[in-house]
Design a protein around this ligand. Structure first.
Ligand code: CP
Length: 317
């Protein structure tokens, strides 16, 4: 297995099965810090830099929380308008990355341009972690999601996953790439205009990922062990920021997961995940059901990020 020390985490395309499992094991080792709400000192001499060019609640704050839990330092920006990249100068990723590498030991970057973290990684001598790039990928989110499933189900093998939402979405790319390493099957439900793109389908076929398209949540839910939901009413991920509007419409029934569908058709053991934020595709009355695991998913994502930071910074193997 390749070492994680000094490694950029840009995509799950090239992740191997043993690497997923190794991160999960390290996450288990570090989880007591989070469970006991006690900060340790594993990364006491390290600094995380957060460079967020697009809004985030969970990804930035859980990455920062993970660093704090391990005793590390954090600095960065969550609004690029207050940096030279977002004002008159429009400073390039190259120049910004060259600066950031002097200020800390690992860079966590979210950007509205697909490939921006990859560009930063070309110029930074410290590891770069992709925290979501345009429609590209969201590797840390999906590592956390898979860790959540692994914790709840004991394995990723033998599971059928119903993917609901916009298949152009970065989480959908990362999770489908990951499935190539496990005995998993995907059922994909999306509006026609948000279907898997042709070039992405070709990549999935190359990797022997097993998936089939179904018309609606109702048609796939009975077979699903995991119901993985994303909005179809959502912001344009190629924009740095999208202002709220009252004219965004509502989610068609075919792409909604409801309490009634879960009660009438879903397996009793099925789990519902959502990376959040949600719109009307996942109604709040599901929160109180046994299926709802998205809060645990958010917690597990923080624990997983502790493992990832420790591993890329050489503090855990
Ligand atoms: N799940 C997720 O990426 O959430 P944020 O956009 O709040 O980081």
């Amino acid at each position: 297995m390749r070492s994680f020390t000094g490694r950029d985490i840009l995509s799950l395309k090239d992740f191997e099965r043993d690497e997923f499992l190794q991160i999960f094991r390290v996450a288990d080792e570090l989880a007591p810090y989070a469970e006991k709400r006690r900060n340790g000192d594993l990364l006491a001499h390290k600094t995380l830099l957060t460079a967020f060019y697009q809004p985030s609640t969970r990804t930035r704050m859980s990455t920062e929380a993970a660093m704090h839990r391990l005793g590390g330092h954090v600095l960065g920006f969550s609004d690029s308008k207050m940096t030279r990249a977002g004002d008159f100068y429009q400073e390039t990723i190259k120049d910004t990355a060259h600066m950031l590498e002097y200020y800390g030991d690992v860079i966590a970057m979210r950007h509205y341009q697909q490939g921006a973290p990859h560009e930063a990684a070309r110029w930074a001598s410290v590891p770069v972690i992709n925290c979501g790039d345009g429609w590209g990928e969201h590797p840390t989110q999906v590592l956390g999601d898979l860790y959540t499933i692994w914790k709840l189900r004991g394995s990723l093998d033998g599971l059928k996953v119903l993917l609901v939402g916009d298949m152009r979405m970065r989480t959908m790319h990362s999770i489908l790439y990951s499935m190539s390493q496990f005995d998993m099957e995907a059922m994909v439900v999306s509006p026609p205009e948000m279907m898997l793109r042709e070039e992405f389908r070709a990549e999935l076929d190359e990797r022997s990922v097993i998936y089939r398209e179904v018309d609606s949540v109702e048609k796939g839910i009975a077979d699903a062990d995991v119901i993985y939901v994303e909005p179809v009413i959502q912001a344009d991920y190629t924009q740095s920021r999208v202002e709220p509007t009252t004219e965004h419409g509502v989610t068609p029934e075919a792409y909604k997961v409801t309490r009634q569908l879960l009660r009438d058709r879903a397996k009793s053991s099925s789990i519902v995940l959502h990376s959040l934020p949600r719109m009307d595709e996942l109604s709040p009355d599901i929160d109180s059901t046994k299926h709802a695991q998205y809060w645990f998913q958010a917690y597990s994502g923080m624990v997983l990020r502790m493992a990832l930071l420790a591993m890329v910074l050489g503090a855990a193997e």
